[in-house]
Design a protein around this ligand. Structure first.
Ligand code: CP
Length: 308
C-alpha cells in the first residue's frame, strides 16, 4: 500500500487507512533506531529541505535525523538567517529551493495555511511541521504511535487534552486523529482557552480538570502558547498552574496505568508538575523517540515508498 497524496498538510483530511499506513510504516522504522548503524539507503539521491520560520528543537532535529537515517541529502534553513530577513517572500524562498532540486520541503510557519499555499504552487512534496494554531500533523502521528505502542490500541480509550486548546495546533491535529481512530477525547482548560464549538467535532468539553481526569487512559498536557496570545486569557501564571497544572494528586483520578504526554517544550511547574513530567506514567521522551520513526515513515511514503 502507498500514500496517494503529494503532501502532508494535516490530519483532518487524512483517511483512517492513510493514518494506519503511516503508523504501521513507522513501526517498521523503529527497528532502525536500535541498530548499530542507524541508516538505510531508502532515500539516497533525494533532497529534503527543512524550512523553519518559527523556533523548534524536536521537530526540526527529528526531521533532519529522519532524512539522514534514510540517506537523503538535507538542508536546514532558519528564517532568521535566510534571505527572508531581506524581504524575500515565503513563496519565492520555496520556489528557489525547489529550483535547486528539493524533493520534499518541511515547513513550519506562524501563519495557518502557509504549507497549503506552498503545496498548491510547488511540484515537490510539502510537509506541514506546524502552521499557526492550525495543525501539527507529525506531532499527532507520533502521539498516536506512542499511545498505540503502550496501550496496544486507540479505540475505546479516553484521552484528556488539558490546557491552551485555543492556540494549540497539537490539540487540533490530535483531536482529528484520535476521534478518527475511535478514541474518546475530553478537552479541558480555562473557558477562555477551550472553544466550546470543538464539541461539534466529537470532543467532550469539560470545565473541571478533576472531572475530566476521572477514569482517563491518557492525559495530554499542552504547552501554554504565550507567543500566540495577543491578550490576557488568565490572571497569572501562578493561578494557571494552580487551577490547570497536572499534579500528582490530580493524576490519581485517572486510571492507575494512565499515560502522561506533553508535546514539548515543557513549562515545568505551569502546565505540569516536574514530578509528573519525570514520573513513571510519563511517556514524554518516548514521544520524542517515536517522532523519529514517524517522520521517517512520512518522508518515505511521500517519496513513493510502499508498505506491506
Ligand atoms: N513539539 C514540538 O513541535 O516541539 P518543537 O517546537 O521543539 O519542534
Amino acid at each position: 500500500m502507498s500514500l496517494k497524496r503529494k503532501d502532508l498538510l494535516g490530519i483532518k483530511d487524512l483517511e483512517v487507512e492513510e493514518i494506519n499506513l503511516i503508523l504501521s510504516t513507522a513501526e517498521s522504522f523503529k527497528e532502525v533506531g536500535g541498530r548499530e548503524i542507524k541508516k538505510v539507503p531508502t532515500l539516497r539521491g533525494r533532497t529534503v529541505v527543512n524550512l523553519f520560520f518559527e523556533p523548534s528543537t524536536r521537530t526540526r532535529a527529528s526531521f533532519e535525523l529522519a532524512a539522514k537515517r534514510l540517506s537523503a541529502d538535507v538542508i536546514n534553513i532558519s528564517a532568521g538567517s535566510s534571505s527572508a530577513v531581506k524581504g524575500e517572500t515565503l513563496m519565492d524562498t520555496a520556489k528557489n529551493l525547489e529550483a535547486m532540486g528539493a524533493d520534499l520541503i518541511v515547513v513550519r510557519h506562524g501563519s495557518s495555511g502557509a504549507p497549503a499555499l506552498l503545496a498548491r504552487a510547488l511540484r515537490c512534496s510539502v510537509i506541514n511541521a506546524g502552521d499557526g494554531a492550525h495543525e501539527h500533523p507529525t506531532q499527532a502521528l507520533l502521539d498516536l504511535s506512542t499511545i498505540q505502542e503502550r496501550k496496544g490500541r486507540l479505540a475505546g480509550l479516553t484521552v484528556v487534552i488539558v490546557g491552551d486548546v485555543l492556540h494549540s495546533r497539537v490539540a487540533r491535529s490530535n483531536l482529528w486523529g484520535l476521534t478518527k481512530l475511535g478514541a474518546r477525547v475530553r478537552l479541558v482548560g480555562p473557558p477562555t482557552m477551550v472553544p466550546r464549538d470543538l464539541g461539534a467535532f466529537g470532543a467532550e468539553v469539560y470545565t473541571s480538570l478533576d472531572e475530566a481526569l476521572d477514569g482517563a487512559d491518557v492525559v495530554m498536557t499542552l504547552r501554554l502558547q504565550l507567543e500566540r496570545q495577543g491578550r490576557a486569557f488568565f490572571p497569572t501564571l501562578r493561578e494557571y498552574g494552580r487551577l490547570w497544572g497536572l499534579t500528582r494528586e490530580r493524576l490519581q483520578r485517572a486510571k492507575p496505568d494512565v499515560l502522561v504526554m506533553h508535546p514539548g517544550p515543557v513549562n515545568r511547574g505551569v502546565e505540569i508538575a516536574p514530578e509528573v513530567a519525570d514520573g513513571l506514567s510519563s511517556v514524554i521522551l518516548a514521544q520524542v523517540t517515536n517522532g523519529l520513526a514517524v517522520r521517517m515513515a512520512v518522508l518515505y511514503l511521500l517519496s513513493g515508498g510502499k508498505s506491506e
